[in-house]
Design a protein around this ligand. Structure first.
Ligand code: MN
Length: 460
């Protein structure tokens, strides 16, 4: 690699890796960088920039914003190689081994999934299907980063493509990122997608936020002053800030509560992050706040004693601040904050040594599985996600359904006859014809994932 600019880029990425990851195999990152750079050397993005700038930025997002390990960074650098260049998965496998090749393979296959189908039945079965596909969680991390960078650079695409990608991002990727506990990624995806889908409303809210910034800062200072005095007196080190407002979140609240921006935005939100890592200190801070302002007991939530499923911990309290305005206060430690913003994996990668990370990773994977398993029925977005995962990540298996919606896993290239025997040998023996998704087909038709198969039997 002779290009000086890219030598510098590689150095920058290594720096980011060292800053955010618990261990960095520099040689691996270098090799992946050169592999990606070479594979994409003739390609350009829609913006006219060298294509490799995209995987490079995706790798940066993985390292900085969803930091887990150097393997995911390496995979990110090569995530589009199989889709867009003369190189294939087996080239990556030969060069980098199975783990990285499988992550790139998984990411490539998700790119091929058509998420725009709007079917809403059989969520349960698609959920099972998804579970069997999420084999290595790092596939999803790379996909989140990939989608985020595509959203950041979406302006260069044709308008209809922008709309489709933005819709998919807001309906599927953002809620899924939320399930992973990746709050920052989720918010940024939503705001970028909302900006694409509803530019006028986005600009309106953004303008309002800007116009009121001064006035809000003034109010927050007034609110914070007596609390900060007490915190200092008690020797508590902390950081107090206004909680960032996300445009899509405000828009959603306006719709949900059917209220103008004025009233939604009138609710102030403050966050206090404590330096020390003791939970007890969070309660001390809560005591100080309650002693200063009258609390609204209806809106108190203690996610420290009862953490959310995705690992989120924090105390939420709402108090009556100066001038009769309600103020939401969140209290948490630095470690809790990191988990809230970047997910639990980031926290481990940063805190734990090499030895523990594998164990943690597999625990985390189990935890993700639990979450997906426990998705409530009313979660429309997650249902859509499951619905849409019709393409198996594993090429050697297909997922098909009985008329009642039960899932059957069959080897690739199976036919309705195989399906019939899978149900019962009697059904197989008497198989006469088959309907696939409502249509009569020859019984030697190859089934595909997502097909619903009905067997018509004869008595003979
Ligand atoms: Mn990509």
């Amino acid at each position: 690699m002779t290009n000086r600019k890219y030598k510098e880029k590689l150095d920058d990425l290594l720096l980011v890796c060292h800053k955010n990851l618990y261990k960095v195999d520099e040689n691996l990152i270098r090799r992946a960088f050169e592999f990606g750079f070479n594979a994409h050397r003739f390609d350009k993005r829609a913006s006219g920039e060298p294509f490799f700038d995209h995987p490079y930025e995706v790798a940066n997002i993985v390292a900085k914003e969803i930091p887990l390990d150097d393997v995911s960074v390496a995979a990110a650098l090569m995530h589009d190689v199989a889709e867009d260049t003369e190189y294939q998965i087996q080239d990556i496998r030969a060069e980098f081994g199975d783990t990285i090749a499988d992550i790139v393979d998984g990411a490539t296959k998700i790119s091929g999934v058509n998420f725009t189908s709007q079917e809403t039945t059989q969520a349960e079965n698609y959920r099972k299907m998804l579970l069997s596909m999420v084999n290595d969680i790092r596939v999803m991390l790379v996909k989140f980063a990939d989608r985020l960078h595509n959203m950041r650079t979406i302006d260069f695409l044709p308008a209809d493509k922008q709309m489709r990608i933005a819709r998919e991002t807001i309906d599927i990727y953002a809620p899924f990122a939320h399930r992973f506990g990746l709050a920052n990624i989720k918010w940024e995806m939503e705001d970028l997608a909302f900006k694409t889908l509803n530019r006028e409303e986005y600009d309106n809210i953004a303008r309002e936020l800007k116009a009121r910034r001064r006035e809000r800062e003034h109010y927050l200072n007034k609110f914070a002053r007596p609390i900060e005095e007490r915190l200092k007196k008690d020797g508590i080190n902390y950081e107090l800030s206004a909680r960032p407002k996300h445009i899509y979140g405000i828009h959603n609240k306006m719709i949900k509560r059917n209220k103008p921006l004025d009233e939604i935005y009138d609710l102030f939100a403050v966050r206090i992050i404590i330096d020390s890592n003791t939970e007890k200190e969070c309660y001390n801070v809560l005591g100080i706040i309650s002693a200063t302002y009258k609390a609204n007991s209806d809106r108190f939530k203690d996610y420290i004693s009862l953490p959310k499923q995705n690992g989120y911990k924090s105390i939420h309290t709402t108090v009556l601040g100066p001038d009769g305005k309600m103020v939401e206060v969140q209290i948490r430690t630095k470690a809790m904050h990191e988990i809230a913003e970047r997910g639990v994996a980031a926290h481990w990668a940063y805190k734990e040594g090499v030895a523990k990370i594998d164990e943690k990773l597999s625990n985390w994977l189990n935890w993700i599985r639990d979450i997906i398993e426990n998705v409530a029925d009313d979660e429309n977005a997650s249902a859509q996600l499951m619905e849409s995962f019709k393409l198996s990540l594993f090429q050697d298996e297909i997922y098909v359904f009985t008329p009642k919606g039960d899932l059957k896993i069959l080897p690739k290239d199976s036919t309705p006859v195989d399906f019939a025997y899978e149900i019962h040998s009697k059904v197989g023996d008497h198989c006469l014809a088959a309907k696939v998704s409502g249509r009569i087909v020859p019984i030697d038709t190859k089934l595909r994932s997502g097909d619903q198969v009905e067997i018509i039997t004869s008595k003979n």
